[in-house]
Design a protein. Structure first.
Length: 402
């Protein structure tokens, strides 16, 4: 008879909760800010005719990028020190913060049949993040802000490289599809969620500049910003849900609902899921109520009403989403172990054919919905612009497309 060994849930120490939460927040904020600037804000501003509005929003975005870089730099060192602490038996966090302890850790000899010690890979990731953070922090300098588009673009590359850097195998045995597939899923899930939440925080911060924008041009700019952001958000959500399905299988697969509710890991997982779906619910409200209303107001040529809608109602919803997102980040450090381990099952079971099929079907459904929504949005925008143009007068600036 097989012996079932149950693993008791271990609550993380306070320093672990703080370092992990701040690390997820900072990487999400940095990644979300560079992606938002490069793929949402910059294309919109390139099409706007209002130089004053363009200057205000570029400057605000530059400051937010610099703040994100500062947060990332401040969080990276404690996070890596925490890794050193956990990897060294008998060490407490205050000792792990010492540069000498970190240097000694990085000099650990590579184990047998490995090219190098895996901690070196984590150290290089921390170094790449730090360099990316310093790049963003350069935007605190006003003369540098005229290059904000280039810096944000470089930041996208640097932060994406850092995010996937831990996937680099340190031993020949890891050069197989299963290794890369598992690491890809466990990498995509937290970063897709973090970038999504980070971009929501950037949106909230950027909306504070609304009083400095023109009443006519500002509404048109932000209508396009919200619509482009909804596409970016759906990409993040698609990756989040598909990767989350496999992660959920590894954590609670083959575990009954009763066991999930009775395990500490399961309770924190359900809390996280509740918060995520609350954000998704608010996002669905944006998609089904606010965005169509924006299209109708644009079609009617009511620019002052459009300004009030896109910079009055929308930021309030996004602020609530941001607060819920911070709640998700606060819960993540408590997702230690898994419900499977707590009830004595295998920790990381391989996905079954049913799980793989469910992942494929979910991915296909999300891609189809994404393409359909994008095409519908393009049709709505075309109709709105087509109807708004005849209403223009010589005294009004031409409407900016999205």
């Amino acid at each position: 008879m097989a012996i079932v060994v149950e693993a008791a849930y271990a609550y993380p120490q306070l320093w672990r909760i703080l370092t992990k939460s701040c690390y997820f927040l900072s990487t999400g904020l940095a990644g979300g800010s560079v992606l938002f600037h490069s793929f949402v804000l910059r294309p919109v501003l390139d099409r706007t005719d209002s130089e004053s509005d363009r200057r205000v929003l570029r400057n605000r975005s530059a400051v937010l990028l610099a703040v994100a870089g500062t947060a990332l730099l401040l969080a990276t060192y404690p996070q890596f020190a925490g890794k050193v602490t956990r990897a060294t038996k008998g060490m407490d966090f205050s000792e792990g913060l010492q540069p000498a302890a970190i240097w000694e850790y990085l000099q650990t000899a590579a184990p047998k049949n490995a090219w190098w010690f895996s901690g070196v890979t984590a150290g290089l990731q921390a170094l790449i993040y730090s360099l990316g953070a310093l790049l963003l922090m350069s935007l605190f300098l006003r003369p540098v802000r005229r290059h904000v588009d280039k810096i944000a673009g470089i930041g996208v590359v640097v932060l994406m490289v850092a995010a996937v850097f831990l996937m680099v195998p340190s031993r020949p045995a890891d050069l197989e599809a299963a290794y890369f597939a598992t690491h890809l899923v466990t990498t995509i899930h937290p970063y897709a969620g973090g970038f999504w939440i980070g971009s929501l925080l950037v949106l909230s911060g950027l909306a504070l500049s609304r009083k400095q924008l023109g009443r006519d041009s500002g509404g048109l700019i932000w209508a396009s910003v919200w619509q482009r952001f909804s596409i970016m958000a759906q990409v993040c959500v698609t990756l989040l849900l598909v990767s989350g399905l496999l992660e959920a299988w590894m954590a609670v697969g083959s575990v009954s609902v009763g066991d999930i509710l009775s395990t500490t890991y399961g309770k924190y997982l359900l809390l996280k899921v509740l918060l995520v779906f609350s954000i998704l619910g608010l996002g669905a409200f944006n998609e089904t109520v606010l965005l169509p209303k924006i299209a109708r107001v644009r079609a009617a040529g009511d620019r002052r009403g459009l300004f009030h809608l896109v910079l009055g109602h929308f930021p309030k919803v996004v602020l609530i989403e941001s607060v819920l997102g911070l709640g998700v980040l606060a819960v993540m450090p408590f997702l230690n172990g898994s419900s499977r381990e707590e009830v004595g099952l295998e920790a990381d079971p391989p996905p079954t054919g049913g799980v793989a099929l469910a992942m494929v079907l979910l991915f296909v459904a999300l891609v189809v919905s994404f393409v359909a929504r994008y095409q519908i949005q393009k049709a709505i925008e075309a109709r709105a612009e087509g109807r708004a143009v005849p209403r223009e007068t010589d005294a009004e600036p031409a409407e900016v497309g999205s």
